[in-house]
Unconditional design. Structure first.
Length: 367
């Protein structure tokens, strides 16, 4: 029904906006971190240029796997992989929210899991987890969602994992400048258009791939309730890729020190416009649409027009994302650390002696 379609696509747009907005805010905190274990992954221009090629090879490989091998066994293997990854990502996401629900007298004990290799001077630290009781509670709750997804493949569990992946991606993948962002979005613009309009590969993989790599919402929810099975879908790449560009513009806004977020809100509105246009065109032509075909021109074009109007094009393209220019923003989340360097452990111990206890953190994505 028209009402069901409106509910489905409206919910997809809302779900897509949440990880972009909160991921961009958390990326500011992540960028200012001085701890090497908390530093985000920076995408350089070389990485951006290679990304569409790597993505094309991966997509084609998955397509051939689904054609040659049994879809059931491939999805079973992928489900187990995303089960583990999803639990870590969801735990990392809900940790700051859950901390507010713990009472002040909650017995929060500290734990450390340490694996080393060798002995004496040749001893090397392989894994070093620092966590507490609150982390274990978050892991337990996330595991319940993971088991639910593994057993039922329910669309709500899928979306919880998908939102967690998207938020972590926007938070922990950083573009170093606007030029790199244009290269990445431009390359994926061509990638998306080719694999959707030029072949049936993208649509086939999206429909066959039973893993939380897309957000889904039933169009027949009003008729069938939670057991609905006619889904509208949006790939996580259509959230994360524009999202990391929008997060870059937020950091650029902060670097201008004008106490305004003009470029962030402009790109945010541009994303809503581009996604709405995608849904409209798809409804008119009754054919799957490459969302980046509409999102890329909107997310790049709108902020560029604003920069032209304000005379800040030079500042925009000369900006380099750097932790030094960002104001102090406390880290919003924490999660057990994985570290492979004895020097980092010694440095952490020295910091504990000279200042209040502060655990090192590591994101599931970086793991």
């Amino acid at each position: 029904t028209p009402e069901g379609m409106a509910l489905a696509y409206g919910s997809l747009v809302l779900m897509a906006l949440l990880p972009i907005f909160f991921g961009a805010l958390r990326s500011v905190s992540c960028a200012k971190s001085k701890n090497s274990s908390e530093m985000p992954e920076t995408i350089t221009s070389r990485d951006a240029a290679r990304f569409p090629i790597v993505a094309s090879c991966t997509l084609l490989g998955l397509y051939l796997f689904f054609k040659i091998f049994s879809q059931e066994y491939i999805n079973l293997l992928l489900s187990m992989y995303f089960f583990v990854l999803g639990i870590l990502a969801l735990s990392h996401t809900i940790s700051p929210m859950m901390n507010r629900f713990f009472p002040a007298n909650f017995p929060n004990k500290q734990y450390q899991l340490l694996f080393t290799q060798g002995s004496g001077e040749s001893k090397e630290e392989i894994v070093n987890y620092e966590f507490d009781t609150k982390d274990l509670v978050c892991l337990a709750l996330s595991s319940v969602v993971g088991v639910w997804y593994l057993l039922r493949k329910h669309w709500i569990a899928n979306n919880l994992f998908g939102l967690a992946f998207s938020l972590n991606g926007v938070e922990l993948l950083h573009l170093n400048n606007v030029s790199t962002g244009c290269i990445l979005l431009g390359g994926l613009f061509i990638y998306d258009v080719f694999w959707v309009f030029g072949t049936n590969v993208m649509v086939t993989v999206a429909k066959s791939f039973e893993a939380p790599i897309k957000l889904v919402f039933p169009q027949d929810l009003l008729e069938k309730g939670l057991d609905a099975d006619n889904f509208a879908m949006l790939g996580l790449g259509d959230i994360v890729i524009p999202g990391i560009f929008i997060a870059l513009l937020l950091r650029f806004d902060i670097s201008l020190k004008k106490n305004t977020h003009t470029y962030f809100y402009t790109s945010f509105v541009a994303y809503i416009f581009g996604l709405g246009l995608t849904i409209f065109i798809m409804h008119i032509f009754k054919h799957a649409q490459p969302a980046l075909l509409y999102l890329v021109p909107a997310c790049i074009g709108f902020p560029l027009l604003v920069a032209l109007a304000k005379g800040e094009v030079t500042e925009m393209f000369s900006y380099e994302s750097s932790a030094e220019i960002l104001p102090h923003t406390p880290r919003l989340t924490h999660f057990p650390t994985v570290s492979g360097s004895p020097a980092s452990l010694a440095d952490s111990m020295q910091q504990k002696l000279s200042c209040p206890r502060r655990r090192r953190q590591q994101s599931p994505s970086a793991m």
